[in-house]
Design a binder for this molecule. Sequence first.
Ligand SMILES: C[C@H](CCC[C@H](C)C(=O)SCCNC(=O)CCNC(=O)[C@H](O)C(C)(C)COP(=O)(O)OP(=O)(O)OC[C@H]1O[C@@H](n2cnc3c(N)ncnc32)[C@H](O)[C@@H]1OP(=O)(O)O)[C@H]1CC[C@H]2[C@@H]3[C@H](O)C[C@@H]4C[C@H](O)CC[C@]4(C)[C@H]3C[C@H](O)[C@]12C
Length: 383
Amino acid sequence: MALSGVRVLELAGLAPSPLCGMILADFGAQVVRVDRCPRSAMNTDVQGRGKRSLALDLKQGAGAAALRRLCLRADVLVEPFRHGVMEKLGLGPKVLLQENPKLIYARLTGFGQSGRYAKSAGHDINYLALSGVLSKLGRKDENPYAPVNLLADFAGGGVMCAMGIIMALYERTKSGKGQVVDASMVEGAAYLSSFLWKSQNLGLWNRLRGENLLDSGAPFYETYKTLDGKFMAVGAIEPQFYEQLVKGLGLDLDKLPSQLSFSDWPEMKKMFAALFSKKTQAEWCRIFDGTDACVTPVLSLDEVALYQHNKERGSFIKNDQEEISPRPSPLLSRTPATPSSRRDPFIGEHTEEILLEFGFTKEEIAKLHSEKVIEFNKPKANL
Ligand SMILES: C[C@H](CCC[C@H](C)C(=O)SCCNC(=O)CCNC(=O)[C@H](O)C(C)(C)COP(=O)(O)OP(=O)(O)OC[C@H]1O[C@@H](n2cnc3c(N)ncnc32)[C@H](O)[C@@H]1OP(=O)(O)O)[C@H]1CC[C@H]2[C@@H]3[C@H](O)C[C@@H]4C[C@H](O)CC[C@]4(C)[C@H]3C[C@H](O)[C@]12C
C-alpha cells in the first residue's frame, strides 16, 4: 500500500483527527492511537479502522517521557489539542523535532497555532462560521445552516491534515527533514471553498443566499419530494442536460421561460415540485436512468451499498462485524488502500505489543504499568 512502512502516532481526539488517522491507516500506515489513561468508560472513536491502541497517561512525567521515546521511532505525530496543551506537557514541536528532526508534527486544530482564538474552544460550526463558508449555506430567508459537521471537521480538517502530512512525507524524501503541519479548520474550510472566492466575478453569487445557481435558488439544481416521500436530486446545469430534464418531466421547452430567467425560478420550482410529487422515486429513476438529465435518487445510508452503480464498483465494504462503511477513496491502480476488516481497537488493547515494538523492555513496561502510566485492556473483558 502507498503508505506502508510509515509509523504514525495519533493522540486521541474528537472527530477530525480520527478521520486523518483512519485515512493514513487505510492507505497502509501503521497507526497507533494514543488513548487517555485512565481510560474513559467507552471508546468514542468510531473511526478507529486499522489502528492499534496504546493507553498512556501523558500527564505523568513518565508518560510524557514514554511518548518522547515513541516519537524517536515515529514518522508522524498527529495532535488534536488546542494550542499550548502539548507545550504544557513538555511535548511541543521544539522538543520533539530536536530529538527526532525527521518527525512530521501535525497539529490539527480549529483556529490554528497563532491568533487570538488559538487557545479557545470551538467546534465545526464555529470554524465554518469564521471561514466565511457558513454565510453561503442555507435556503432563502433562513438562517445559515451547517451541513452536519462535514465541512470544517472532516473536509477542511481531517482530510487537509492528511494531505499536509503526505506532502511533508514526500518533501522529507528530498530534504531528509521533518516539519510542523499547522492544520487550522477555519483555513482548511476556507481553502476548500476557493471556488467560491474565485468565482465571485462570474455573477454566480450576485443574489442573496438561497437565490443563486448552486445554493438552492435554481429549479434545475434542487431536490424534489416524490410521491412515496423520497427525494430526487436534480443538477441539470448545462442547457443540453437541462433539455433532457425538461423532456423527462414531460414539459415543452419552448413553452417554458428561459433557463436562466432568475425572476421565473420560484414559479418554475413550484411547477417542477408539483410534477415530481406525482410519481414515486423508482418511477422517476426509470425515466431518468440512462439519460444525461443529471437526475438521481437521494439515497439513504441504508440504500447506498445496494444501489446498482455502487455495487458494481464495490464502493461500500463490510467488516468482519458485518458493519458497512465507505471504501477508502481515491482508488490507486497499483497500490490501492486495503482497509482492515477487523473491528476498531479497544482502548489500551495493544499497549504492551506497541511498547515492545518501539523498544521498551518487559521490565520497563511492567514498571509503567505498576505506576499506572499505561493500561492494558484485554479484548475478552469487552466481549
Ligand atoms: C461525535 C461528537 C463530536 C462532535 C464533533 C464536533 C462537532 C467537532 O467539531 S470536533 C472538533 C473539535 N475541535 C478540535 O478538535 C480542535 C482542536 N481541539 C480543541 O480545540 C479542544 O481539544 C476541544 C475544544 C475540542 C476540547 O477542549 P478540551 O478542553 O476538552 O481539551 P484540550 O484543551 O484540547 O486539552 C486536552 C486535555 O486532555 C489532556 N490529555 C490529552 N491526552 C491525554 C492523555 N493521553 N493522558 C492524559 N491527559 C491527556 C491534555 O493534557 C489536556 O489537559 P489540560 O486541559 O489539563 O491541559 C462527540 C462529542 C461528545 C461525545 C459524546 C459525549 O462524550 C458523551 C457520551 C460519552 C460516551 O462515552 C459515548 C457516547 C457519548 C454520547 C459521546 C458520543 C460522541 O463521541 C460525542 C457526541
